[in-house]
Design a protein around this ligand. Structure first.
Ligand SMILES: C[S@@+](CC[C@H](N)C(=O)[O-])C[C@H]1O[C@@H](n2cnc3c(N)ncnc32)[C@H](O)[C@@H]1O
Length: 207
């Protein structure tokens, strides 16, 4: 079955890691694709809800993988090299990371919205961004590779992304942001209009 560009992109990003934990795995497609292509050795699919977890269990049957019902990391007691948390809101990803293990692992994070909120969370909670990507699959998705550590981010970098801002492939993403904001500007009050103008100026600064 053809999977979405986003799923394929995420599967490629976890290539070369040994044990991968997928928090909020839903159907388990990211792990399935990574296992089918031999990208990873073992997958742990985990979800808060039992129905998606059973679906993941069905999809991952016969592969080197297990499923665990868990609220974020709370019921995860096994070790892993990389955790992926994708397809959720930025605030929820932050709440899940509040209980991330203290040992050294890599995280692949993909919030469906507000990457700036996730960047601010990471900066304030002892995580550092190692790289960033943007993938267009009907919508624009920003993906971050993260580890525990310190990072200093200017206000502008919270919006643009400290790595994304230097990537040529991110320019169409910034242009679409400007287009959207330029439409929104006519529908808001004066205070919000000023904020939107500032945001547009930040995006324009990297085009
Ligand atoms: C929209 S799906 C995303 C699925 C997949 N990660 C992806 O990127 O396509 C979000 C999944 O996260 C699960 N979820 C929500 N809150 C969670 C939490 N606190 N811990 C674990 N899973 C959670 C939901 O049950 C749902 O299956």
């Amino acid at each position: 079955m053809a999977r979405s560009k986003r799923i394929t992109f995420l599967a490629e990003l976890i290539k070369g890691y040994n044990v991968v934990l997928d928090i909020g795995s839903d159907h388990g497609y990211v792990l399935l694709e990574a296992l089918q292509k031999g990208y990873i050795t073992y997958g742990i699919a985990s979800d808060l809800r039992i129905e998606p977890l059973m679906q993941a269990e069905k999809n991952l049957k016969g592969y080197h993988a297990k499923t665990i019902q868990s609220d974020g990391f709370l019921n995860i007691h096994e070790s892993f090299d990389l955790a992926i948390i994708a397809g959720m809101g930025a605030y929820l990803i932050g709440e899940i990371l509040d209980h991330a293990p203290s040992f050294d692992v890599t995280y692949i994070l993909q919030a469906n919205d507000k990457p700036e909120v996730l960047r601010a969370y990471l900066k304030d909670h002892g995580f550092m961004i190692l790289d960033e990507y943007v993938i267009r699959d009907r919508f624009d998705y920003v993906v971050m590779k993260v580890k525990r550590g310190k990072m200093i981010l200017e206000e502008k970098d919270l919006i643009l992304g400290p790595y994304l801002k230097d990537k040529p492939e991110a320019k169409p993403y910034y242009e679409r942001k400007i287009q959207l904001l330029s439409k929104l500007i006519f529908q808001v009050d004066l205070k919000r209009r000023r904020e939107i103008e500032d945001l547009i100026a930040i995006y324009q600064s990297v085009l």
